[in-house]
Write a protein that binds this ligand. Structure first.
Ligand code: P6P
Length: 334
């Protein structure tokens, strides 16, 4: 615990400033980037909360690089976050689930690259299930006088300087880490501010909640099926909303494990390494948990392409360790 921990109720802005003081050589760019993300989150929050009223829910009629029907809010969130990061000036290049290629912001002197899923779980928009934004921040490696390049984007998760998510649920929260613990901020729309509500989050070492799409059971390999059988026999609670951010956030606070292993339809897994898995893996490890692809620590994987998929197992450390042990016993990786 930070000896000078700020009291619950501190605004996000003051928290960012206080934490920047911990880095004597920090020049404020990362702080500004975090403020830019918070600004976009406030705007997207407003759109999400009105989705049912001004008919921007439902399919937009175009498809994203995943071949998924783009929900209008997907497009809106993508535009809002790109605009906020471009206008903030700290980011040279963005990778987004909604865009096939790198997005160059024109800020050639921007020190950072952001990988994001602007609105994950958007198929849940029309049924009012929590959805979320996921983001990772990397320091660029290339020279500062031009656009960012592919090497700036294909960095392992261990290179992240910040990561987090926004969950648009019963309340809207921003949860993030810069490598010194995890803190959660709850948005008060009437004041337009995020307030520190969850200080120094630690995920329980053990848990009894498992989150996995049981409908894929017979598509999983024997190792995964053996672990799911173990969870059932242990009397664990199954909780799966179809929204990664919602399932992850609950497990982070209460303890639990989320699994999206390889299936017949998604032989490399469904979730994206660069803008879904790495960010949550950084957060969970900073909170004392663990994230694996079934064999490798997620944040150690060297990405080969922007939209690379990976099997994903994340949550309470002891639960993930048990899952990996059972899968390895079955000699079957997820
Ligand atoms: P399935 C949403 O599309 C998502 O990327 C995650 O938010 C969610 O956990 C998962 O896919 C749901 O996938 O195949 O179980 O519907």
């Amino acid at each position: 615990m930070d000896a000078l921990a700020l009291p619950v109720g501190t605004t996000l802005d003051r928290f960012i400033m206080r934490k920047q003081e911990d880095f004597p050589f920090a020049s404020g760019e990362l702080s500004q980037l975090l403020r830019d993300i918070a600004l976009a989150a406030k705007i997207v929050n407003r759109e999400v909360n009105h989705a049912g009223l001004i008919n921007i829910g439902g399919a937009y009629g175009s498809q994203n690089v995943q071949g998924e029907e783009q929900q209008k809010l997907d497009v809106v969130a993508n535009v809002r976050f790109i605009r906020a990061l471009r206008n903030g000036g700290e980011v040279c290049t963005i990778i987004s689930e909604e865009e096939d290629d790198m997005i160059q912001t024109g800020n050639c002197h921007g020190k950072y690259v952001v990988a994001m899923d602007p609105l994950d779980g958007s198929s849940n928009i029309d049924v009012n299930v929590s959805i979320g934004t996921i983001f990772s921040v990397y320091r660029r490696k290339s020279a500062f006088d031009k656009d960012g390049d592919l090497l700036d984007c294909l960095q392992a998760g261990t290179e992240q300087v910040a990561a987090g998510y926004i969950i648009y649920g019963s309340s809207t929260m921003l949860v993030y880490t810069t490598g010194n613990g995890v803190n959660g901020f709850t948005y008060e729309p009437s004041l337009g501010e995020f307030f520190l509500s969850h200080q120094e989050i630690r995920i329980p070492e053990e848990g009894t909640i498992y989150s996995c799409n049981d409908g894929n059971y017979w598509q999983f390999n024997e190792g995964v099926r053996a672990y799911l059988d173990y969870c059932r026999k242990a009397g664990f609670t199954a909780r799966y909303t179809g929204s990664l951010v919602g399932d992850f956030h609950r497990n982070l606070l209460k303890g639990g494990i989320y699994l999206y292993p390889a299936t017949d339809k998604t032989p490399k897994g469904k979730l994206r390494l660069l803008y879904e898995c790495n960010a949550l893996a950084f957060v969970v490890e900073q909170a004392g948990g663990f994230a694996s692809d079934g064999k490798n620590r997620i944040v150690k994987i060297k990405p080969q392409e922007l939209h690379e998929r990976t099997p994903f197992i994340i949550g309470s450390r002891k639960m993930v360790e048990t899952a990996l042990h059972i899968m390895q016993e079955e000699k079957d990786w997820p």
